[in-house]
Design a protein around this ligand. Structure first.
Ligand SMILES: Nc1ncnc2c1ncn2[C@@H]1O[C@H](COP(=O)(O)OP(=O)(O)OP(=O)(O)O)[C@@H](O)[C@H]1O
Length: 278
């Protein structure tokens, strides 16, 4: 009996979701009164899963990601990583923003080194140098290590930001519209690079995007948000395309257009809510 119970308990533990957002609501206090941004968000993400979040501007996507990264706290409900509530930022969750957030007075190498040094201070200098070099190579920036951020393009800056995030081996990579400011070709190149790196160094990814094609190319699941105020999850779409993904093959797949149209009509059916502009 004991053995049976232990086995049942183990199955329960093993199947517990990795990243678990439970009954989460968030209300901001503003000079005009309380503003409920999110309500009743429930989402379970498995280890190694790639999840994209889409919704109209202002519905609360960044607010949600801020609670996964630990920069903000839910008003009620919780976010848990491996069963532990997230209460503060930590090196197990790294964020990459649209605006790169690099220090302009440090070289590309030093920008990545700073993160490595702050998370692995106990490692020897040669080990830390090796980690930085390895990750700059990973994003194809070995040659640009001694350049300063103002001397490199937007695509290269975003590669540095990705290298910096991955260099500290986060369990969860949080991407807030990372390719939103890039031209179409650079954006596609970086999407492919991100998938290649994610295949090699699998971590769990939670990414905001406004680009349906990007989400269909990258994600395992796509979370569609309703409009704010008090936005919640409207639909979760499982993306059926086999991995490794090939853009041309996906574009030839009739399922691609069916999915794209149904996501588009969902978004058109949920026009941006004027009340959100408070
Ligand atoms: N600290 C805050 N205090 C009060 N209101 C806030 C605060 N941060 C965000 N908001 C409001 O909450 C709502 C959601 O903002 P958030 O940035 O999370 O949306 P979003 O979906 O990420 O938007 P976008 O797609 O435009 O980046 C917006 O109306 C915003 O003005």
């Amino acid at each position: 009996m004991t053995t049976l119970l232990t086995a049942a308990a183990k199955i329960q533990i093993d199947t517990k979701p990795y990243l678990c957002i439970e009954n989460l609501s968030k209300t901001y206090s503003t000079p005009k009164g309380d503003y409920p941004v999110l309500r009743d968000i429930n989402l379970n993400i498995q280890e190694g899963e790639f999840v994209c979040l889409i919704g109209h501007s202002g519905c609360g996507k960044t607010t949600l990601l801020n609670m996964v990264s630990g920069f903000a706290q839910p008003t009620s409900g919780s976010v848990q990583l491996k069963g532990k509530p997230i209460t503060a930022p930590g090196p197990d969750r790294m964020v990459v923003f649209q605006g790169y957030a690099l220090l302009p007075w440090l070289t590309v190498f030093e920008n990545v080194y700073l993160a490595v040094q702050s998370v692995f201070p106990q490692k020897s200098q040669s080990e830390k140098y090796q980690i930085v070099e390895e990750h700059l190579q990973l994003v194809g920036l070995g040659e640009a290590a001694q350049k300063y951020p103002p001397q490199i393009s937007g695509g290269m800056k975003q590669r540095v930001a990705i290298a910096r995030a991955l260099a500290i081996r986060p369990e969860v990579l949080i991407l807030d519209e990372p390719f939103g400011a890039l031209d179409a070709i650079t954006k596609e190149e970086l999407q492919e690079e991100l998938l290649r790196i994610w295949d090699e160094h699998r971590c769990t990814v939670l990414m905001i995007t406004h680009d349906i094609d990007e989400a269909l190319f990258l994600a395992d699941r796509l979370v569609l948000m309703t409009n704010g105020p008090a936005a919640t999850i409207g639909q979760v779409v499982t993306i059926p395309f086999a991995r490794p993904r090939d853009r041309e093959r996906i574009l030839e797949d009739p399922q691609y257009y069916r999915l794209r149209n149904s996501i588009l009509s969902y978004l058109y059916g949920h026009e941006a809510n004027p009340e959100a502009a408070h």
